[in-house]
Design a protein around this ligand. Structure first.
Ligand SMILES: [Zn+2]
Length: 287
């Protein structure tokens, strides 16, 4: 079975130990399956881009000696492609313009479809994707059977914001298809997004993907390592040490300190997803 995997960080802050876990797991899983591994920078949310973090991502890829099998792509260079897919969805009558403001939506997290039948003009409005009242199920390689009814759990969701920003959901689904991705390995914080992405992909007739959502590294206050709670940036001068810790945190056998390239080769040879800790959270103290 062909395997094309990816690592798709957002440059909304420097990469941290949690990002390294995702990079290592997606890389080892692809290479252990004789697959390709691609890197994509998910930078459609321009107001949230953190200065210089794209450079930090690129320096980490180099310092940890990951070797992507294609040029790194940036989603901000691909906005035209997402706009074309929105046109396609418009022809399928799968989207509509929504004029609800954040204030009107209030604290209700499930969109009730206020604008669904208003046939508003698409210009300068948010664009929502219609969801159906049906169960979307998939088998996650680590987290097991998952299911969600988008209508009951979420409602019609936004693909393009009123300010013109293309949503993460849209860009991910389109690029996974255009890059020929077959396997998604990412953090369990994105588990909730998967049903949305499966639904959108199915409307566009894209092939279905295999998913594996990794447990999340937590800080010593029990919060997930993230840019929002100021997880420490990866220090590329300690690449080999950090790599060794990441491999251990993923439950894999010890890899002796060496050049990152050699360590990654060994980690690929030893890679066994059955050893990855189960659950949504990784316990332990991480940098
Ligand atoms: Zn609305």
């Amino acid at each position: 079975m062909p395997y094309i995997g990816r690592f798709a960080p957002s440059p909304t802050g420097p990469l941290h130990f949690g990002s390294l876990l995702t990079a290592v797991a997606s890389y080892c899983d692809a290479k252990a399956n004789h697959g390709k591994w691609l890197v994509r920078i998910e930078d459609t949310d321009i107001p949230r881009i953190y200065p210089n973090s794209e450079n930090h991502i690129r320096s980490c890829i180099d310092a940890f000696q990951f070797e992507p099998d294609a040029e790194i792509i940036c989603q901000k260079d691909r906005l035209e492609i997402y706009a074309q897919v929105l046109e396609q969805l418009k022809h399928l009558d799968a989207i509509y313009a929504c004029q609800c403001t954040r204030k009107m939506l209030g604290s209700n997290h499930i969109y009730v479809g206020t604008c669904r039948d208003l046939h508003l003009d698409f210009n300068d409005q948010a664009i929502r994707l219609k969801v159906a009242d049906q169960l979307i199920c998939f088998e996650d390689r680590l987290q097991g059977q998952q299911s969600s009814n988008l209508k009951h759990d979420l409602g019609d969701f936004v693909l393009k914001r009123r300010d013109g920003i293309m949503s993460y959901q849209l860009a991910v689904v389109v690029d996974d298809d255009l890059q020929g991705i077959t396997h998604v390995v990412r953090g369990a914080d994105l588990l909730d997004n998967t049903a949305r992405q499966i639904w959108l992909g199915s409307l566009l007739n894209y092939p279905s993907l295999s998913y594996m959502h990794l447990p999340l590294a937590m800080n010593d206050q029990g919060q997930k390592l993230s840019k929002q709670n100021l997880a420490q940036a990866l220090d590329i001068s300690k690449a080999s040490n950090l790599l060794q810790q990441a491999i251990l945190a993923l439950g894999q056998p010890l890899v002796e300190l060496d050049q990152p390239r050699i360590m990654l080769q060994q980690a690929v040879q030893q890679w066994d997803i059955n050893l990855i800790p189960r659950g949504i959270h990784l316990t332990g103290t991480f940098l």
